[in-house]
Structures are given as structure tokens and as C-alpha cells.
Design a protein around this ligand. Structure first.
Ligand code: AHR
Length: 658
């Protein structure tokens, strides 16, 4: 455990002042050693305990920063259907490129695909006969494909060639020199498209590989829908396993998806459309997300988001476009088709396998309905010209068809009542660390009646956030203790954004940073782990007495899991002094066992410290045994730290209490 209990100075203020006078600048170092004192009283009696909603802490997944395409969606080929350049032909085929030169190969898109919803295909004309090294095309994926020794990769592609040809499909290093896998794919001469399926087993590891398709025979071959998936994805559902493990570790209770601004679009024509993102992957047109400026093939579509929620054990929260983007709006008079579209999306998720849209879901492999119980009507659109009118159309139609679905308004109801019906209202906050720390009381004065709050986006950002600093995470932790305390009216909360592919950071900071083969949690990720037992737990009143209380934020819960019960006291020390803290627990009907009690601390030597690929564990929680765990106990809080004291409770007595 880092720094806990070191150098306690009992009369800090006086000693520091004297040293300041005598030694000038040397005082700074000693000032950091000054110790404050505080007492934290927990009243754990059952009369004052309140159950925290089962849904309090979850996740917000947005297709931002290549979180999905080139992120949790394991597809290795980018622009697999050649649609990213648009419907004009010839179009840009980025990131595909040629192997060979102008005299040996000519490629261009045309509209000859066998898929009517994504009509663009690639025509490749090999100009050389007996081309010595083979010429063709390659796809580098999303900043390189992570190809690992011994692993299997499933290639699917559609090809057409008037004359028989032998194609060579390879996984190769980014310069093409190292071949990790190579197979020959014979293509029959026919005027029809053929689906090719081939397994490639890697004989070597290269983190920035590319997929190559070459030929050495003069002729023309068309390609479309070229996909390369690793065979080992999470539950075989197409998700990158190691990134999903990081999500599971936080025990998310809900998953809000697929955005954010991604749902709105800069323009409505570029907004996420669920209908275009379902069905066989080969037939999805894909779309350009114009807010975050990248193309997605929509392999991670509406169905996959529902599947992801199920795989995480999280309640799905479907944020749909309400006919409003950043720059254009559908008037309320014309919104009816959009309302029908959303009702269809709900039938897709919840309808029986015999219903029109439920049958499409069943055909995709999920006959049982997905339990969509929450929808958000738009994102950050409150106050826009047609928001209220459109909102009411969606609200009334959904209420009539799905009375149990809880609807989330974009308008903030934390300081004044909403002027429209809603089950929840959305609350977003991105601010500096001091402000967020001080916002821990935000909901203290909110009316206890009316719609509940959904804090669906919160984070410290800009100057003091770095690329995800300890400082930011401490302020966020303090804010969350305030949400726990106000969880009679705050029903859900999620950090934003969740993911960033290090090669395309459009939003900073983020909780999980990854590239094609590595990942790490920022301190804001680790901070959330301290709250993973909170949803559904009992919260208890606490009081802090200290002249330093302005720098402290705390909460106390009791929770149980597979036979173990704990009183968990979490406390943020936002200040630069260490604190000698007395924890005093009353009202517990169970006794505290030192055996099985732990302290976990998130801190670092510098409050601006961050994690990185080269040092992913610089700021991570460190757990140690709490040998002095008892109803009255003394602990030390490091400067700039977030601590959790998990006190093991004698189980039989606790069951009676809860
Ligand atoms: O989380 C990033 C963005 O912040 C979201 O897309 C949007 O809802 C908010 O403005």
C-alpha cells in the first residue's frame, strides 16, 4: 500500500508556519506532510438505511473516438464494403490501397454489388501477365491489425470474375514483407458473385498487420464485403474480449447506447439509423458519423448493442434520434414516420419472434426478446425548436404501446420542474475538478418528487484533466458519493466517454484507452471500480467532523455478494494534506471482522499523474488488509487520494438487518 501512515505530524499548522518563516521554500516539502484530523461517523442502523436503485451505476457507450469501429467491435477490415467514399463512382476507397503500381494494376469502385442496400463494389484490373510478385489490394484495418501467433482469423468476402483466377489472401506486416498467413483462393470464372469463406491461422505475431489480396494473372476481379474477424471474440458475439473484460469488471447495471451526439448527427442524413444497422452484416450500408468524423460499417449495429447489454448483464437504454440533429430538425407536423420508426425499433427488441420486427431479430439469432425498459428521446436537444413537440409525439406513442418503458427527457429537472411528462431527465456535466468536487451536493436541494435524474454523462475535462488524471478522478469520485446519497432521486449515472482508440482521440479524457492490441484504464476508470457494489446496496447516513471537511467527500454502504457482507466506507481526500481519520460506526447489528477487511486506495505521488501504455499501472487501486478493522478505527488518508475501507461483517446478523 502506498504511503499510508507515513510521517504523521500532529500539529501541522504551527510547525509548518514556523518552518515557512525559518526555511523559506523548503517548507513546501514539509507542508505536504502536514496531517489533518477528521472523524467520520456512520449510522448503520436499519431505520436510517435506504436502498440504492439497482441501476445506479452503469455505462454510456458512444461511437466516438473509434470506440466501436476499430474498438470493441472486433472486425479488422475498415470500409469492408467500399461504401465509405459514397455512392459516386469512382470513389475514394480509403483505407484500402494497391500493391503494385499504375502499370500493373488499376482499381476503381462501381455500382455492381450484389447487395442492393450497399451497391458499391471494387473492380480490380490486373494489367500484367504473370506479374512476378502478385499485385492487388490491401487493407490496414484501423491503424494496423493485431495478428497473433497461432490464432485463427475468419475471412469472408464476395468475389466475381469472368475468368477463373487464383487469388492469394495473406496477413502481412505493414510493409508487406513478413507474411503471417497465406492461402490460395481459387475463383471460378462466372458472371455471378461468389461468397468465399476461409480461415487464416497466423504463424507469428504482428500488431500492425494488413490484409492483402493479390493475383498474378491478367484479368478483372470484383470484390465486395471483405471481412476479417478474429475467431475468439467475447462469447462469439464479435466483441473484443479484453475490452469487454474491463467493462465486466465494473459490473455495469445499464448500457446507454449508441450516443450522444452520434445519435443526433451534425445533419439528420448522417444520424444513426437502427434499421440500416440490422440484418446480415453484408447488407448494411454503413454510414458516416459526421459529428465525430468517421465512417462506420455498422457491424456494431442496434442488434449488437442489445446483445452487448445482455452480455454485460446491463439494462439496455436506447437513445434514439428524435428528428433533430445539430443543424436540422423535422417539424412536429412531419414527425409521424420517425415515431413509427422508433416503435418498430421497440418491436425489433421486444416483440415476439412471430412479430414483423421480432422475427428479424429472431432470424439474427435471438428469438427471446431483449428487455428494453428505458429509452431516451434524443440527446441534448432540450430547447430546440421542435424538441417539445416531437418529444410529446414519441412519448405518447411509446406510452400507449409500451406502458412499462421509462422515458428520458433531455431537459434538466434538477433545479426546476419539467413542463412535460417524463420518467427521468438527462443531466450532463463536463467541468473542471474543483467545480465537480463542489457539485457533490448538486441534488441535495432537488425536489424529492417528480422524474428521477439520469446523470448519463459526467467527467472532469480540459485543463486539469490531462489525458485522464488522478485529480479528475478524485473530483468524479466525490461527485458520485453525492449521487449515492441522493439516489432516492438519482436513478442512474455513467461516465463519458467510455472508450478512446489512441489513434483517434476526438474527445479527451476517456475511461479506457486502447489501440489494436493494448488497453489501460485511466484513473477515472479505476475510480468507478470503487462504486461497483453500490447499485442495489443500502446507503447509510454519515457525518464528517473536521476543520478540513471542505476537502473531504464520503459515503457508506452495506452490501452483500455470494455469502460475504461488507460495510464499505469510501472517502475522497481532495486536499494536499494527509488526514488522520477516525471511523466510528454505530447501529450495526453485525460485528466487524478484521479478518477479510481491506483498504483500497487510489492515489499517486503527483495529483496530475496519469496512466499510459508504457506505464498502465501508475495510478491504480492498491488493496491491503485492514488489520485494525473495528467499530472504532483509525486510518490515514493520503493526500489526494480515494480510499475504500471494506469492513467484513458477520453474515448471519447482517441478513436480519437488510
Ligand atoms: O460524451 C461526448 C459528448 O458529450 C456526447 O456525445 C454528448 O452527448 C455530449 O455533448
Amino acid at each position: 500500500m502506498k504511503r499510508m501512515g507515513s510521517k504523521q505530524v500532529l500539529v501541522p499548522t504551527v510547525s509548518c508556519l514556523l518552518l515557512l518563516f525559518c526555511l523559506g521554500c523548503k517548507c513546501l516539502a514539509l507542508e505536504l506532510e502536514a496531517t489533518q484530523t477528521a472523524t467520520l461517523k456512520v449510522d448503520a442502523s436499519s431505520q436510517l438505511a435506504r436502498k440504492i436503485p439497482d441501476t445506479l451505476f452503469g455505462m454510456f457507450f458512444e461511437e466516438i473516438n473509434h470506440a466501436g469501429a476499430g474498438g470493441i467491435w472486433a472486425e479488422l477490415v475498415s470500409n469492408r464494403g467500399f461504401e465509405a467514399g459514397g455512392l459516386h463512382t469512382p470513389s475514394n476507397i480509403d483505407p484500402w490501397s494497391i500493391i503494385g503500381n499504375d502499370s500493373s494494376i488499376f482499381v476503381a469502385t462501381d455500382r455492381t454489388s450484389c447487395f442492393s442496400r450497399n451497391i458499391i463494389a471494387l473492380r480490380m484490373e490486373v494489367l500484367c501477365d504473370e506479374c512476378p510478385a502478385g499485385v492487388g489490394i490491401y487493407n490496414p484495418g484501423f491503424w494496423g491489425m493485431n495478428i497473433e501467433d497461432g490464432k485463427t482469423y475468419n475471412l469472408v468476402m464476395y468475389v466475381k470474375s469472368a475468368e477463373a483466377a487464383d487469388l492469394t489472401v495473406s496477413l502481412a506486416s505493414s510493409d508487406g514483407l513478413q507474411k503471417l498467413a497465406s492461402v490460395t483462393v481459387p475463383v471460378a470464372g462466372t458472371s455471378n458473385w461468389t461468397k468465399v469463406e476461409q480461415k487464416l491461422i497466423a504463424k507469428g505475431t504482428n500488431r500492425t498487420s494488413r490484409l492483402e489480396i493479390t493475383s498474378n494473372k491478367k484479368g478483372v476481379v470484383w470484390f465486395d464485403q471483405v471481412s476479417l474477424m478474429p475467431s475468439d471474440t467475447f462469447k462469439g458475439h464479435g466483441f473484443r474480449t479484453e475490452l469487454i473484460s474491463m467493462l465486466l469488471d465494473l459490473k455495469p447495471r445499464f448500457l446507454r447506447f449508441p450516443g450522444g451526439c452520434f445519435v443526433e448527427g451534425e445533419w439528420l442524413r448522417n444520424a444513426f439509423r437502427w434499421r440500416e444497422s440490422i440484418g446480415p452484416w453484408e447488407e448494411r450500408p454503413g454510414h458516416f458519423g459526421d459529428v465525430w468524423h468517421y465512417w462506420t460499417d455498422d457491424g456494431l449495429g442496434y442488434y449488437e448493442f442489445l446483445q452487448l447489454s445482455e452480455d454485460l448483464g446491463a439494462a439496455p437504454i436506447w437513445v434514439f434520434n428524435n428528428g433533430i440533429s445539430h443543424n436540422d430538425e423535422v417539424s412536429t407536423a412531419a414527425i409521424a414516420p420517425f415515431v413509427k420508426d422508433v416503435l418498430d425499433s421497440l418491436e425489433f427488441a421486444r416483440g415476439s419472434a412471430n412479430s414483423t420486427w421480432g422475427s428479424v431479430r429472431a432470424a439474427m439469432g435471438h428469438p427471446e426478446p431483449f428487455p428494453v425498459k428505458y429509452v431516451a428521446i434524443g440527446n441534448e436537444d432540450c430547447g430546440k425548436k421542435y424538441y417539445l413537440g416531437n418529444y410529446l409525439k414519441f412519448y405518447n406513442a411509446i406510452r400507449e404501446s409500451y406502458p412499462d418503458i421509462q422515458m428520458i427527457s433531455n431537459c434538466d429537472g434538477s433545479s426546476k420542474p419539467l413542463d412535460h411528462p417524463a420518467d427521468l431527465y438527462d443531466f450532463h456535466v463536463y467541468t473542471d475538478s474543483k467545480t465537480l468536487f463542489n457539485m457533490k451536493g448538486t441534488f441535495d436541494k432537488t425536489s424529492r418528487t417528480g422524474p428521477k435524474a439520469f446523470v448519463s454523462e459526467y467527467a472532469v475535462w480540459r485543463t486539469d484533466a490531462g489525458r485522464g488524471s488522478l485529480l479528475g478522478s478524485l473530483a468524479e469520485a466525490a461527485f458520485l458519493t453525492g449521487l449515492e446519497k441522493n439516489s432516492d432521486i438519482v436513478q442512474m449515472a455513467s461516465y463519458a466517454p467510455l472508450f478512446v482508440n489512441d489513434n483517434d482521440q476526438t474527445w479527451n479524457p476517456d475511461a479506457i484507452v486502447f489501440n489494436s492490441w493494448q488497453q489501460y484504464g485511466t484513473p477515472s476508470y479505476w475510480m468507478q471500480k470503487f462504486f461497483r457494489e453500490s447499485s442495489g446496496a443500502m446507503i447509510h447516513p454519515i457525518t464528517i467532523s473536521s476543520s478540513y471537511s471542505g476537502s473531504l467527500a464520503a459515503s457508506a454502504i452495506t452490501w452483500q455478494d455470494s455469502g460475504n457482507s461488507f460495510l464499505k466506507v469510501k472517502i475522497v481526500n481532495f486536499g494536499s494534506d494527509t488526514v488522520s481519520l477516525t471511523i466510528s460506526v454505530s447501529g450495526l447489528q453485525a460485528s466487524i471482522n478484521a479478518l477479510g477487511s481491506n483498504a483500497t486506495v487510489l492515489t499517486s505521488s503527483n495529483v496530475k499523474d496519469e496512466n499510459s501504455f508504457s506505464n498502465p499501472n501508475k495510478v491504480v487501486p492498491v488493496t491491503s488488509q485492514l488489520r485494525n478493522a473495528a467499530e472504532q478505527m483509525q486510518v490515514t488518508l493520503a493526500a489526494h487520494s480515494f480510499s475504500s475501507f471494506d469492513l467484513a461483517l458477520a453474515q448471519s446478523e447482517l441478513v436480519a438487518e437488510m
